[in-house]
Write a protein of this length. Structure first.
Length: 134
């Protein structure tokens, strides 16, 4: 089984994830936009049992965005790395934090109901107003 490594900008936090993503997509929710400073972010969802922080666990700060999501970021450089989904037993890995391309590429756009007005989705991937039912 292929394993993917990821890290923050400064390298103080590193993680490993098995390349067994259950789903992947572009999230356009206002919280992901604000956290990334971009029109959205590419994420992959994986069972939390397939994810391990391998370096710098003490450098990770957590922010409880809602009862569904806890965001994790490096306390040194501020890189947003992943979001824990405790009610689902999943982790949403920020694809931009990975060192290599995962096998499962983004399959859809989600939370397009809160997409930035200035951003135009120009691909043919399915679009969901909220998070699709898994």
């Amino acid at each position: 089984m292929k394993t993917l490594n990821g890290s923050c900008v400064c390298g103080e936090v590193e993680f490993r994830v098995e390349d067994q993503f259950a789903y992947a997509g572009y999230c356009h929710c206002s919280l992901c936009r604000k956290a990334s400073g971009a029109a959205g972010t590419a994420i992959g969802g994986i069972a939390n049992t397939h994810f391990t922080v391998t370096k710098g666990k003490h450098r990770i700060n957590y922010y409880k965005r809602s009862k569904e999501t806890v965001s994790a970021f490096c306390s040194i450089c501020g890189s947003t790395l992943f979001g824990e989904k405790p009610l689902l037993g999943m982790v949403h890995i920020r694809y931009g934090a990975l060192d290599h391309t995962p096998s499962l590429l983004p399959q859809a756009h989600m939370h397009v109901s809160s997409k930035a007005d200035w951003y135009e989705i120009s691909d043919s991937l399915p679009q969901f107003s909220e998070f699709p039912v898994i």
